[in-house]
Design a protein around this ligand. Structure first.
Ligand SMILES: Nc1ncnc2c1ncn2[C@@H]1O[C@H](COP(=O)(O)OC(=O)CCCC[C@@H]2CCSS2)[C@@H](O)[C@H]1O
Length: 376
């Protein structure tokens, strides 16, 4: 029964869109059509692909769309950011938190099922971020009149004057979209721990995030669940656009509704998009190793372009490891991905081609382990 409803409403929705895509087909449209969509998926790459698909395929001249979506634990960086600078990739791997790069600019945010995302699609002419945020504030006030929520000049929403509950970003291309987060009941501890980078020595022109103190709506009022908040925003959007308060559920994997969407999803998952689009950066770092009661310092300098090592200098005491071996590693690392698995694979391959010397092997293993764990 539920599936039939989804498919029926999808069909209406798709027809409605096609009316606008192919007006020559003779369908009649209203002056200002609007529709509310909600994703059934909690996968960041699928949901970002819906944004891309609507942006690329829908004629938004006479049509506006509100898209509601939530994701499992993910860190979402802006289009021009450096993930090594913005988050703790090692912790994310351990805790199975995904990393995604979105197409809009701006800073890094954390998502989980306690965070709502709202995307407002309009024509470029009708693009109005403040209007959208006012709508969200109105919906929240309508739900709980005592809430102290307001929008700032940089399009954050603050609770009680000090605590950020929403961050915004936008993409202005063929058409426009403004998307924002809304913290209802996200894991605030995880949010602040994964958004701390362990690196100190990175230099780059990437967009830096603007850290803020955050709070969840439910900490102010425990009855404010994501569902209640999403319903209230959908209702307010419906009133504003004088449409039926009906939310159409969509499945971002359905190629019959979104032809070509799965390729968009795949592209957003590639290493080349997530890491490879990082603006060029350099990293200078030091780590200490203890070996047989002695203490030594290793210095590493690298330039990284498109996520790949372009220049590499490793400095470690000559008497400790054969300089030729180190030199060979420096050479082999050039062109490789700045990531622990690639570096480990290269270092082990190099060691296999080395003469069997137990002492050299032990030292090399210790060095490589330190290098990958502290550097990447
Ligand atoms: N989910 C969420 N909501 C609000 N604020 C957050 C969140 N996660 C982290 N933060 C705080 O914002 C700063 C970064 O602020 P900054 O202003 O640098 O960046 C943003 O706000 C970007 C918002 C992007 C919204 C998109 C909408 C759909 S996909 S992502 C971070 O360091 C934290 O302190």
């Amino acid at each position: 029964m539920k599936n039939m409803v989804i498919r029926a409403s999808l069909k209406n929705w798709f027809q409605l869109f096609y009316v606008h895509k192919f007006p020559a087909a003779g369908f009649k449209t209203t002056a200002d059509g609007a529709i509310i969509l909600q994703s059934v998926s909690n996968d960041i790459y699928q949901n970002l692909a819906v944004e891309d698909w609507i942006h690329d395929n829908i004629n938004l001249e006479n049509m506006q769309v509100l898209f509601l979506w939530r994701n499992l634990s993910t860190v979402v960086i802006g289009r021009h950011q450096n993930p090594w600078q913005e988050c703790n990739l090692k912790m994310m791997r351990q805790k199975n938190i995904k990393l995604a790069r979105r197409r809009s600019g701006g800073g890094t945010v954390y998502h989980d099922l306690g965070n709502i995302n709202l995307t407002f699609f309009t024509s470029k002419k009708k693009y109005e971020r403040m209007e959208n945020l006012k709508l969200v504030v109105k919906a929240l006030k309508c739900l709980r009149p005592q809430l102290d929520v307001h929008a700032t000049d940089r399009c954050d929403l603050l609770l009680n004057r000090n605590f950020k509950i929403s961050g915004s970003a936008a993409k202005l291309g063929r058409t426009a979209y403004h998307h924002c987060t809304l913290l209802c009941s996200a894991d605030r501890f995880l949010l602040s721990s994964v958004l701390k980078s362990p690196y100190k020595g990175i230099k780059s022109n990437a967009t830096p995030s603007v850290p803020a103190s955050v709070k969840n709506l439910f900490e102010e009022d425990p009855t404010l669940t994501c569902q209640i908040v999403m319903d209230a925003i959908a209702a307010e959007y419906a009133i504003y656009h004088q449409i039926d308060h009906h939310v159409t559920l969509i499945n971002p994997a359905d190629e019959t509704v979104f032809p070509g969407i799965n390729n968009k999803t795949k592209e957003l998952q590639t290493w080349e998009w997530i890491y490879g689009k990082t603006p060029k950066f350099s990293i200078s770092t030091c780590f200490n190793m203890v070996y047989k009661h002695s203490f030594l310092e290793v210095k590493v300098d690298m330039d990284v372009k498109h996520g790949r090592i372009e220049v590499c200098n490793i400095n470690l005491p000559e008497e400790w490891l054969p300089p030729a071996l180190c030199g060979e590693l420096e050479k082999n690392l050039i062109g490789s991905k700045f990531c622990p698995s690639e570096t480990t694979a290269l270092a082990s391959a190099l060691l296999r081609s080395c003469p069997q010397d137990y002492e050299v092997h032990r030292r090399w293993n210790l060095f490589c382990e330190n290098m990958t764990t502290t550097l990447m």
